[in-house]
Design a protein around this ligand. Sequence first.
Ligand code: HEM
Length: 298
Amino acid sequence: MVNFFTTAVGIFRRLFNLLIALAYILGFVIWLTIRDLYYCIANLFFPRRHVGSVVPSDHRGHGGVWPEFKAPIQGSDSRSPCPALNALANHDILPRSGKHIGYKQLSHAIQHAYNLAPSLADQLTASAYLLDHGRGWIDLQDLNALNVVQHDASFTRPDIAFCPDQSVPHPDLVDKFLSHASNGKSLSLDDIVYYSGLRRAECKRTNGQYSMTWSFLHQFFGSGNCALMYSIFGGDVTDLRVWLIEERFPDQWEPKNREAFGHTIAQAMSTSLTIEFNINEKQKLRPEDTAAHEAGKP
Ligand code: HEM
């Protein structure tokens, strides 16, 4: 029977569970920070990896030779809103089905293919725990859930209000993003900051269900994705077009970041924060965007 006592027990049980969860998170953060510090220091003393050997010789993708690409089978293969994970599944580095992927497997795959420090690979993988519900694995499509990791104002997918299936890239959106490279060849940090502001402003204007305005966490996820894309691809428009539209590794491609122990959380965090704190949704638009804005185009 419901009474004061059962309510008090319910409150106590929830507070207790919250404290346990916070203790786990704190322990995990401290553990990641210590490991990351180690990789940051080691990177200072060891020479960068050689071009052609950024992916280690005992891992697929070494020398820019990736396992065969196969486009996903629509309706049966599971895919996510993340080009990095989809590309790994399309090349059979993660299971092609995109299903039943364990965290160790996920972390190892991103670490070696994108030359990440194990600490950063584990941190990124941890974001998938939020969708786990205690199973110990995910299907890629689980990542489509809005406002867990996935968020509005993506560069490759329309907002979920207009496009419930977030697993497929939209080439027109990718082209629009890549067309913002000021020199036509590679996106600079300035270009990425500018485009983030533009994209957020247009999504806010056109999507009545836009949900990023008050969520610093999701804004930060957005900037974090941009930071990884910038560091790993060096902003190269030709490579990014293949990766973002086909979710395929370009032939002979390897990560541009060549740290001996991989790209660290500290590096990713500093680029992400630089991007995030420079974004201005009310910025002065470039002439081509002013014309589109005045014509009422999204
Ligand atoms: C296990 C680790 C990872 C998980 C769980 C994950 C998850 C996600 C999710 C849910 C999104 C959608 C965000 C949105 O709505 O825009 C996303 C986007 C993205 N991810 Fe990942 N990701 C992981 C690893 C990586 C890695 C290693 C890279 C870099 C190589 C990366 C690059 C990106 C980029 C560039 C986007 C943005 C695409 C866009 O704006 O449309 N991700 N990721």
